[in-house]
Ligand binder design. Structure first.
Ligand SMILES: Cc1ncc(COP(=O)(O)O)c(C=O)c1O
Length: 509
């Protein structure tokens, strides 16, 4: 376990206790309450620099910009750290644009992505001088109009949607076995290939629009380098095809989007599929067993549960930031050169979200109680004071986190239990986890929750969302306050006609 923990530089184990930089996880909960989101500033800076330096080493022929996906973590303090480092940003909405601009980011390094942008948003983008990544064919006419009215020239890139025929393996975004190339096509984003040639020609003729490059974001269909090799080959081919179609146009910049995994990549689609396949055999067997009567059925189930609910094999670590950088740059360059597109001077951009923020964050929660049953089948639950609704994106993506007992990292497992949240649903935060003896009040750390989790948390069951603290060496500061119950209902309006009646004064006798 310790080896996996220290795969993130911000985490360490000291005398059996988990530390984030120089603060113990237990101390964080004692000071700031539970549950709690935690971010490590040192990890964020280190991850950012590794992206910057890794891609710069692989792409010496031109400048490199790292544009972290702001949607992955909406903490303005964390974003301020990145702006201080010189990072750009991928923003998806007017709110994200306003957020990153408030942190002093260089607007030239901001890419406004997203489909269906409104005229007002596009005008704000042009006025702020950010790059606009065009997602829909209709967008460029509006950009031309608003740029003309502002007396500016808008810098745009086209977000492309190439066919990816070599990517035949299943995408991790789907529960079923759907090949990556199909999964990518089904996703709404990007300009379909059939529009690109004409659209580019039109853009090149517009006086207030400058077509500076092309953009591809396919996302984390797979953590493997195989996937990135294929993706870059197809991107290179499309770039070359468009260069040929648009005369002597050459991209000034190419953006490869995000989708690189964080080292202890919590995605567990493979496990989920394995369980599904096992259930195809198991379900008919269990149905047949019922015919032998309840006693035999439950006795067999009890034995089966013991062997079925076992520790899931630890998944291997994902490729490192440097591995992704080397593979992406090598493959893209090779394809472009093979197709006669020079890369000298081309600016390369990369938009990591999960790969940058993921292991900067952890989620801490206290054990509320441990509950066991022996009949009709033996089971155990560790009930915590958090919920999957605070880790909503992870729930959607079938994440399984590494879970660490913060004050007893090395304690040996004595049982298999479901680590669950306290919402009314099954709320299985860590199904069939091997756990040591646990007492109420002990702190559990769910690792790698820095990307998308806090940003997607909801108030299901009227649970107030937790605070976020950022650790900086031996210090820890609140960077997002915890909600109170009043905040959960703050947007509610009860019309006057439904107002709760004032209690009637008691009649005097
Ligand atoms: C345009 C764009 N860029 C980058 C990202 C970041 O992706 P990831 O977190 O998988 O790196 C996203 C995520 O959805 C995105 O939509």
């Amino acid at each position: 376990m310790q080896e996996r923990i220290v795969a993130s530089r911000c985490l360490s184990v000291r005398e059996g206790r988990l530390f984030v930089e120089d603060v113990s996880a237990v101390e964080l909960v004692e000071r700031f309450g539970s549950p709690l989101f935690v971010l490590s500033e040192a990890q964020l800076r280190s991850n950012y620099r590794r992206y910057r330096d890794g891609f710069a080493a692989g792409w010496p022929e031109g400048p490199v910009d790292v544009l972290p996906a702001f949607k992955a973590n909406l903490s303005l303090a964390a974003r301020r750290v990145l702006s201080e480092e010189g990072a750009g940003a991928d923003v998806y909405s007017p709110g994200e644009l306003a957020g990153v601009l408030s942190t002093g980011v260089d607007p030239e390094r901001v890419s406004a992505n997203g489909g269906g942008k409104t005229r007002e948003h596009l005008a704000n983008c042009v006025a702020a001088g950010v790059r606009i990544t065009v997602e829909d064919p209709e967008e460029i006419d509006v950009i031309e109009e608003v740029a003309a009215s502002l007396g500016k020239r808008a810098r745009i890139r086209l977000r492309v949607k190439p066919p990816l025929p070599s990517l035949w393996k299943p995408t991790d975004f789907a529960r079923l076995l759907i090949p990556i190339d199909l999964g990518f096509q089904v996703y709404k984003s990007g300009i379909p290939r059939e529009y690109l040639v004409d659209l580019g020609r039109r853009a090149l003729a517009l006086p207030h629009v400058e077509l500076v490059g092309l953009h591809l974001h396919a996302g984390r269909h797979s953590a493997s380098l195989w996937y990135w090799r294929g993706l870059m080959r197809h991107f290179g081919d499309l770039v070359a095809d468009l260069c040929a179609a648009w005369g002597d146009w050459r991209p000034a910049e190419l953006d490869v989007g995000g989708g690189m995994a964080t080292p202890r990549d919590p995605h567990s689609r493979m496990l989920e599929r394995g369980e599904f396949l096992a259930s195809l055999v198991g379900f008919p067997a269990l149905t047949a067993l019922r015919a032998l009567g309840a006693a035999t059925y439950h006795a067999t189930l009890a034995r089966l549960i013991g062997s079925l609910l076992h520790e899931h094999p630890r998944r291997p670590l994902a490729p490192s930031i440097e591995d992704y950088a080397a593979t992406i740059t090598t493959e893209l360059r090779a394809r472009l050169h093979a197709r006669g597109v020079p890369t000298a001077g081309v600016r390369l951009q990369v938009e990591p979200g999960r790969g940058l923020y993921g292991d900067c964050g952890l989620h801490l929660a206290r054990v509320k109680l441990v509950k066991r049953q022996t009949e009709p089948v033996p089971l155990a639950w560790v009930l915590t004071d958090t919920t999957e609704f605070f880790l909503a994106c992870g729930t959607m993506e079938a994440n399984r986190y590494d879970v660490v007992v913060a004050d007893a990292v090395d304690a040996p497992a004595v049982m298999t239990a479901e680590i669950v949240g306290h919402s009314c649903g099954p709320d299985r935060l860590a199904p069939s986890a091997p756990v040591p003896e646990l007492r109420p009040g002990q702190v559990l750390a769910f690792l790698d929750t820095g990307a998308y989790q806090e940003a997607s948390a909801s108030n299901f069951n009227a649970l107030p969302r937790p605070a976020t603290v950022m650790v900086h060496g031996g210090e820890a500061e609140i960077v997002k306050t915890a909600e109170r119950i009043d905040d959960v209902f703050a947007r509610d309006v009860v019309p006057r006609r439904l107002a709760v009646p004032e209690p009637r004064p008691a009649r005097s006798a």
